[in-house]
Each structure stands twice: as C-alpha cells, then as structure tokens.
Design a protein around this ligand. Structure first.
Ligand code: AMP
Length: 193
C-alpha cells in the first residue's frame, strides 16, 4: 500500500487518548513509507494525524471542499491540498488516490466515509481493504452491529469480512496489506443474492 485514506473525527474529545491514537497513526503510516490521504482539515483527530505524519517526514494529501476552506478549517501544511467543489467529488478522490481505507474514532462524517467504503466494496466499485482501528474498544458497538446485520441476513456471508477490525495498528496494517478482494454483488450468482 503506497497511500491510505484515513477517516477520523474533526472534533477534539476531552479524553486526550483519542488525539494520541491519531498521532500514533500518522507516525506509523509515515514510518512505513505510506502516504496519508485525508479530509484536509487542521482540527481534531484529522489535524493530529496530518501533523504527526508530516513531522515524521510522511506525505500528506488533503482533499477538502471549498466550503470548508472558506470556513478556515483547512490544514495549510499538507504536502498537497486539493480543493474540490462537492463532497461526492471529494470521496471519489479519496478512492482514486488511495490503496486502502483506514477508519479511526470519529463521528457522523467518519461513519459516512466508512460505510461508503464498505458499500462500494460489496458492489465492486473498488477492491481495496477497509480497516477499522478499534482503539480502546471505541468501535465495539459498531462491530456488534455489523455482526447483527450479518446474523439477520442483511450483510451477505461473503461480505462479512470486508471490514477488517483490529485494536493493534501494526497488525491491522499487515492484515490490510494481505487483503484478498471479496466477490462483489455484480459477480455473484443470482441464487446467492
Ligand atoms: P466527523 O467524524 O463528523 O468529525 O467528520 C470527519 C470526517 O468528515 C473526516 O474524515 C472528513 O473527511 C470530513 N470532515 C468533517 N468535518 C471536517 C472539517 N472540519 N474539516 C475537514 N473535513 C471534515
């Protein structure tokens, strides 16, 4: 993996360990020679990922809508900051520029990005690994919900493992690098759907 799209919160939680999680991620990606593609913000976990990756000599590409540049939340220190017009264009750029998706703790924007990466994988719009860094069990309820979707039958058995979940970042990155793409819905037999 040469570049990974990192999705994470733009807020700064009161508990400082979440910022540590983001900084660890930025450092680790740079240390492995993996470029960071992200939302281009300077706030919260987003800013902490970018700052740490840049400080460790890593490449950081920010993709940000003009409206957020106007709101002055853009990170001006990125290796490259791409300004786009719409959120759809932004997410397409995340997908085009990266070799995988890594989600850290975050809120609704982060969830939007994570679920799209999973959904597009099922549909075959990309074949890249989708990793979830389950930092200190933050995502335990989400993992339980994914299991529930699979148990009830809304998530097909063939797609249950699209989401690669790990609480150890190095192990997660190794698992993402070894990912074998799933059979997408477009290539499944009619009786399997
Ligand atoms: P949230 O989890 O709701 O804080 O949303 C964070 C995600 O949505 C990030 O991965 C970004 O791609 C995008 N996003 C939300 N807020 C901002 C912001 N202030 N600056 C840049 N991107 C943002």
């Amino acid at each position: 993996m040469n570049r990974i799209a990192v999705y994470c919160g733009s807020a700064t939680p009161a508990d400082p360990s979440y910022i540590e999680c983001a900084a660890l991620t930025g450092r680790t990606l740079a240390g492995r020679g993996i470029g960071t593609v992200y939302g281009g913000g300077r706030l919260g976990l987003m800013g902490a990922v970018a700052d740490a990756a840049l400080a460790a000599g890593g490449e950081v590409i920010g993709i940000i809508p003009q409206a957020l540049v106007d709101a002055e939340v853009a990170h001006r220190g990125c290796t490259r900051l791409e300004t786009v017009t719409t959120m759809h264009e932004r997410k397409q750029r995340f997908t085009d520029l990266s070799d995988g998706f890594l989600t850290l703790p975050g809120g609704t924007g982060t969830m939007d990005e994570l679920w799209e990466a999973m959904s597009w994988s099922q549909l075959g719009y990309h074949t890249k690994p989708v990793g979830l860094f389950n930092w200190q069990g933050f995502y335990d309820p989400l993992v339980a919900f994914v299991d529930r979707m699979a148990d009830v039958g809304f998530l097909r058995a063939q797609h249950r493992d699209i989401l690669i979940v790990d609480s150890d970042l190095d192990r997660l990155l190794e698992r993402m690098a070894a990912y074998q793409p799933h059979v997408p819905i477009t290539r499944m037999a009619r009786e399997e759907l």
